[in-house]
Design a protein around this ligand. Structure first.
Ligand code: SAM
Length: 234
């Protein structure tokens, strides 16, 4: 990971083989071309292609282009769903500015297929495409009960509860404090009655409705994050 100290104006940066091949062979970069580099954490820098070698491309840093302005501290706790919808959820959550994505194992999820490395690659691609300067952290799947047992009370949970009589999310969030928050969305089969009872008993959790219809988990995750961002995001 390049640090801001590596990226001072005039510094030369040698790219690794994969990045060099992409720039040289795929993008046909030539010496003098201008591009932007970001390290997924601190910001974005303007750079020029200094040399396109057979095995390595060298860049020369021009100056910092944008300094990091990290979005609000909101996590997505997403119950494991089928691979396609899960990948969609990770991509859209990255676009919607989440800080961390926590895959969650609940009573009605099947956790045997989750490839976290693939989800992390999707998070990077979506972050590049959406122009954010940081990349959401994708954590290893964790059991809901374990997560809640060790829950940081300082982080409120927006619990998307399709089965209950929760108030509309926008109404509930209207008088809630800003970040840090977590948005929790259940699996295709929903939360079990026991899980719902545990979640509803938590002081740090607020149950919300996303409307009168039952949404697929990917639709629910995107809607919930959008409503959260419009109410409490920045
Ligand atoms: N158990 C549901 C059923 O009746 O078929 C399906 C669960 S839904 C596919 C997946 C998750 O999306 C739910 O656990 C909930 O977190 C969220 N969700 C879906 N529709 C919702 C709604 N209208 N209000 C709040 N959350 C919703």
């Amino acid at each position: 990971l390049f640090t801001p100290q590596d990226l001072i104006a005039g510094a030369e940066l040698q790219l690794d083989e994969g990045q060099s091949r992409y720039l040289g062979a795929v993008m046909r970069a030539e010496a003098g071309d201008e591009l932007r580099v970001f390290n997924g954490r601190d910001g974005e820098w303007r750079a020029l292609v200094a040399k396109v070698g057979k095995r390595a491309v060298t860049l020369q840093i021009v100056d910092p282009a944008r300094v990091q302005s990290q979005g609000p501290d909101v996590d997505l706790l997403i119950a494991l769903v089928k691979r396609g919808p899960l990948e969609t959820i990770v991509e859209k959550a990255a676009e919607l500015g989440v800080r961390r994505i926590r895959p969650v194992i609940t009573e009605r999820t099947n956790a045997d297929h989750t490839r976290v490395d693939r989800l992390r690659a999707i998070a990077v691609e979506a972050s590049e495409q959406t122009g954010r300067l940081d990349v959401p952290e994708v954590l290893e799947p964790a059991k809901l009960d374990k997560l809640l047992d060790a829950w940081d009370e300082g982080r409120r949970i927006m619990f998307c509860d399709e089965a209950g009589d929760a108030q509309p999310a926008a109404v509930v969030l209207a008088d809630q404090p800003p970040a840090p928050w977590a948005v929790l969305v259940g699996p295709e089969g929903g939360f079990s009655p026991r899980e719902r009872e545990v979640l509803r008993s938590l002081d740090s959790a607020v149950a919300v409705s996303l409307g009168p219809r039952i949404l697929r988990a990917d639709t629910a995750a995107i809607s919930a994050l959008t409503i959260w961002q419009s109410a409490l995001g920045d």
